[in-house]
Each structure stands twice: as structure tokens, then as C-alpha cells.
Design a protein around this ligand. Structure first.
Ligand code: GDP
Ligand code: ZN
Length: 294
């Protein structure tokens, strides 16, 4: 039988199968020998050892499409960076940090701003404007009012999505809504797949249906940028990367240099001033990190 590892606790891997629900699995010794450790998100083949106890063995791990380090999950399709319009207010530098982390790991990302009911619609449009040139989609929703949740559900369908964001922005509320929505549609999800509050610090996939998963990772609020040479930061801001080759100086940092195409694009509003500000702040932070190291 084939399935997907949705969590790992104390040597057991919980594998969700389309045919018959979730099994608690041990990995066979072969994985230890090969130094290949199963990861949450792995697609695996299992063989049932005790049907009554819902136990099985993992006998094969399918090749991974990718492997995220933070959070530790395999086969991730995309990331949702989830913040709220209010309560707590969006922190743009934090949003941009998450986006850099995802760019760095080659994971396409989009932004969700929840609690739209607490702010003016012009404010939501302002956020969409900030990210227009970057190519990141900004979805606006209100879980409380049930607005915009359908569009998010559509965005998640058939994919494994890691969700990044601070607590209190409405992650649990949105997840519950989406589970209900998909359950009503397919009627196929078992009660066992439902979840309570987090009790572990491990990565875990929350099944929405048998092809759609959310990876909710406690501790994925880390603010530290991974070790990154400041010169490469531009590669992780799509709209800055796009203009960087037009600068006069090779190795232009886009901060104080003359004839800088990036600064010109900011002046002409082809790059948003807010995004450029995040770039400069993160650049200086990386510079400080490097100074401390040497
Ligand atoms: P989490 O920590 O990200 O999982 O956030 P929760 O889902 O627990 O939500 C935090 C608080 O925000 C709760 O009191 C929710 O009722 C509230 N909340 C969630 N979504 C909305 C929304 O769209 N509008 C408003 N006004 N409150 C919301
Ligand atoms: Zn430049």
C-alpha cells in the first residue's frame, strides 16, 4: 500500500493511505543502514503487520522532490505566509524574512492576510500593491466572516503547503474552516485525521483531503536568517534580482552606489519602497552577522 508520512513521534511514523486510513509504522532496518531517515512528507510504501492494531512497516521511500530543512519536511509544493491585518498587525520585515527563507529553499510562496474584517479594504489593497512587483500573490481573507477562504482552499488543493506566520493570526481557525469545507465536499475524511491542539514540537502534516496537506510547524517563527552571504540576498527578492543586472558596477550592493538600476526602479515605483527598505535592513543585518563572525 502507498501512503504519506504525516507525522513522526517516538520512533513511529504515521502514514496516511487513501485506501484505509492511517497506520503507525516502524521503518525497517534497511533505512538505518542506508542512512536514509524517513521524513514527514515522504511518500512511502508500507506493508501491514498488525491490521487490528493499525501497525505497519515502511518498506520503501519514494525519491523526494525536495527536502526542506526548516521545517524538516519532504515534498513541499508551496508556502503560505500567513499574517493578520490586525491583532497582531502585519510585520512586513517578518513577512519578507519568511519569503527570503522560502526563496532560498526554492519553494514558491504566497501571502495571506487574515482578519480583513478588522481593517479598511484600502489597507488590504496597499499590501497587494507592495507585493505586486515581487510576483507574490496576496490573498485577503476573514476567517471570522468566512470571506476569501474559498480562494485559499483552491490555492491549497492537491498540494503540500507549509504555513509560516506568528501565532494569533488565525491559522487554527482557517485550517478548521478548510477541513470542514473539504470534508463536506468529499465526505471522505476520517475523524481520526482531525487534530487537537499541538502537543509536540515536531513537524506535522494536517490532511485536508488525501491530496492536500498543511504543514503546521511550531517553532517555524524563527526570525534568524540562515547563514547567507549579504551579496546573495538580492537573489531572494525577485523584483530586485530582476533589475540587478542593469547596475553599472558588478557587485553593486544597491545601497550607496551610483547608477544603480535597482534604486532607479525604486524611484520609478517599479520596486516598492517598502520592499526595498526590507532588503536594506536585511542586508545590513547580514553584514553585521558577518562582522561578528570574523
Ligand atoms: P492561531 O494562533 O494562528 O492558530 O490563531 P487562532 O486561529 O487561534 O485565532 C486567534 C484569534 O483570532 C481567535 O480569537 C480567533 O477567533 C481570532 N480570529 C481568527 N480569524 C479571525 C478573523 O478573520 N477576524 C477576526 N476579527 N478575528 C479572527
Ligand atoms: Zn545596484
Amino acid at each position: 500500500m502507498r501512503g504519506k508520512i504525516i507525522k513522526g513521534i517516538a520512533g513511529f511514523y504515521y502514514v496516511s493511505t487513501v485506501e484505509s486510513g492511517t497506520y503507525a509504522c516502524k521503518a525497517r532496518g534497511i533505512f538505518r543502514k542506508d542512512k536514509k531517515k524517513p521524513l514527514v512528507g515522504d511518500d512511502v510504501e508500507i506493508t501491514v503487520t498488525h491490521e487490528k492494531d493499525r501497525e505497519a512497516s515502511i518498506i520503501r521511500i519514494e525519491p523526494r522532490r525536495n527536502e526542506l530543512i526548516r521545517p524538516a519536511v519532504a515534498n513541499v509544493d508551496q508556502a503560505a505566509v500567513l499574517f493578520a491585518m490586525r491583532d497582531p498587525n502585519p510585520d512586513q520585515l517578518m513577512i519578507d524574512r519568511f519569503l527570503v527563507m522560502m526563496e532560498r529553499q526554492n519553494i514558491p510562496a504566497f501571502i495571506c492576510l487574515n482578519k480583513a474584517d478588522l481593517a479598511d479594504s484600502s489597507e488590504a489593497e496597499h499590501w497587494q500593491e507592495i507585493y505586486r512587483a515581487s510576483g507574490y500573490e496576496v490573498l485577503i481573507c476573514s476567517a471570522e466572516k468566512g470571506q476569501g477562504v474559498d480562494a485559499i482552499t483552491e490555492r491549497l488543493r492537491g498540494k503540500v503547503t507549509v504555513v509560516a506566520g506568528p501565532s494569533g493570526v488565525g491559522k487554527s481557525t482557517i485550517t478548521n474552516l478548510m477541513q470542514q469545507e473539504i470534508v463536506m465536499e468529499t465526505g471522505s475524511i476520517s475523524k481520526k485525521l482531525g487534530r487537537g491542539r499541538h502537543t509536540t514540537r515536531h513537524s506535522e502534516l494536517i490532511p485536508l483531503d488525501h491530496a492536500s496537506y498543511i504543514c503546521d510547524t511550531p517553532g517555524f517563527t524563527s526570525l534568524q536568517l540562515p547563514d547567507l552571504p549579504k551579496e546573495s540576498l538580492e537573489n531572494y527578492f525577485p523584483e530586485i534580482r530582476e533589475h540587478a543586472s542593469g547596475c553599472r558596477f558588478v557587485g553593486c550592493a544597491h545601497i550607496h552606489e551610483p547608477d544603480c538600476r535597482v534604486k532607479q526602479a525604486v524611484a520609478e515605483s517599479d520596486i516598492s519602497a517598502e520592499r526595498y527598505q526590507s532588503f536594506v535592513r536585511l542586508y545590513k543585518e547580514l553584514e553585521e552577522q558577518e562582522k561578528r563572525r570574523y
